[in-house]
Design a protein around this ligand. Structure first.
Ligand code: NAD
Length: 352
């Protein structure tokens, strides 16, 4: 398996190094023959190449089996500068990475303020309220007058059908329940179509229950009783917000793994940002990116029909859970270790 590694900005290089250490240990333990090739995106790429993403990276990544990308400081990029595009949007759009898979679960050894739970948010990743990726050219936010803005939301049937299918397939490997989160009472045409697509796909999965919840009520339900949820499917912006909430509910945003998957390739990317406030201090939690890399291995294994990769992905998740239970983790989640040592603790468990 060939993986391209793009460390990104802020804490990106630190957590990426910890993650590649875990990938090397998994490769050895499960004889995966993982080859990693490093390149740059973000501010380092801008410094070296005059652009935050080299266009040729698209082909490089396509030729590999997947990639790991650290967070990028997109807020610091100059808006409207074609040489300072956000790498996430570039790859999600350029590679049609339509499914953002974001698991959230509680861990032994960490306080579970809302009870134990284990759920996955499946977020549509290519359209919705994301105005910067809704158009072939230009931006779907329009300044009509200096005081009037129109932001367009795009919802398409093919995108709804494929994200619904991803959710049902995932639920079939878990606890057979899909919750569709929507706002069809207000966005009756767009979210109405999203719901109709979920119902249509459900016909192919009669053993899987489909539940429908309005997004605002969902905030109460998920906080009140997260254990009742298995797979949650929703449109782009709702999923963005809900998955940060569920990651934080699991103990920390730094625990949320995230995979951006398309038909041909997938990007492992931490759910959090580049955390400039703690960059360079060696204290960032690498868990999110490590768990994202685990999702990438499992995705690859299922796609290629090679169970070793799925087993390696599961083993990384278990090693992470064991390390957290033993207190071998970073300070933000109650441990005492730095970034490198927290990564090494997971890697060491895989080698045992
Ligand atoms: P952030 O997620 O970077 O940080 C929010 C808070 O969480 C900070 O206090 C930070 O120290 C903490 N935190 C985040 N990740 C952590 C980790 N792994 N370990 C320990 N603590 C962690 O959000 P922000 O400050 O709003 O954004 C900073 C930059 O990141 C911005 O430029 C933003 O655009 C960018 N961003 C990038 C991505 C991405 O690349 N996928 C996602 C979100 C934000």
């Amino acid at each position: 398996m060939k993986i391209i590694v793009l460390p990104g900005d802020g804490i990106g290089p630190e957590i990426t190094e910890a993650t590649t250490g875990v990938l090397r240990a998994a490769s050895e333990a499960f004889q995966l023959g993982i080859e990693m090739e490093h390149d740059v995106v973000g501010l380092e790429s801008f410094r070296l190449h005059g652009t935050t993403v080299k266009p040729e990276l698209l082909d490089r990544v396509k030729a590999a089996d997947g990639f790991v990308m650290g967070p990028t400081s997109t807020l610091d990029y100059k808006k409207g500068d074609a040489k300072q595009v956000g790498p996430s949007a570039f790859f999600r759009k350029g590679l049609d990475l339509f499914a953002n898979i974001r698991p959230a679960r509680t861990y032994a050894g960490m306080p579970a303020r809302l009870g134990q739970f284990d759920l996955v948010v499946v977020r549509e990743n290519t359209e919705g309220f994301y105005a910067d990726r809704n158009m072939e050219a230009g931006n779907a936010e329009i300044l009509v007058t200096p005081d009037v803005v129109v932001s367009l939301r795009k919802i398409t049937r093919p995108a709804c059908l494929r994200i619904a299918r991803s959710a049902f397939e995932l639920a079939g490997r878990r606890r057979n329940k899909v919750t569709a989160v929507h706002k069809a009472n207000v966005l009756s045409v767009g979210d109405g179509m999203f719901l109709a697509c979920c119902r249509e796909v459900q016909k192919d999965f009669p053993e899987i229950e489909l539940e429908e919840i309005i997004v605002d009520a969902m905030m109460a339900h998920v906080v009140r009783n997260p254990a009742r949820f298995d797979v949650i499917v929703t449109t782009n912006m709702f999923g963005d917000i809900l998955s940060d909430l569920t990651a934080e509910m699991s103990g920390s945003l730094g625990l949320g793994g995230s995979l951006n998957a398309g038909a041909e390739t997938a990007m492992a990317q931490a759910a959090h940002g580049s955390a400039p406030d703690i960059a360079g201090q060696g204290i960032a939690n690498p868990a999110s990116l490590i768990l994202s890399a685990a999702l990438l291995l499992s995705w690859h294994g299922r796609r290629k029909g090679e169970p070793r990769y799925v087993e390696a992905g599961t083993a990384i998740e278990q090693a992470m859970a064991d390390a957290i239970a033993a207190g071998e983790c970073t300070r933000d989640i109650g441990g005492k270790l730095g970034t490198a040592a927290a990564g090494a603790a997971v890697a060491a468990r895989l080698k045992r």
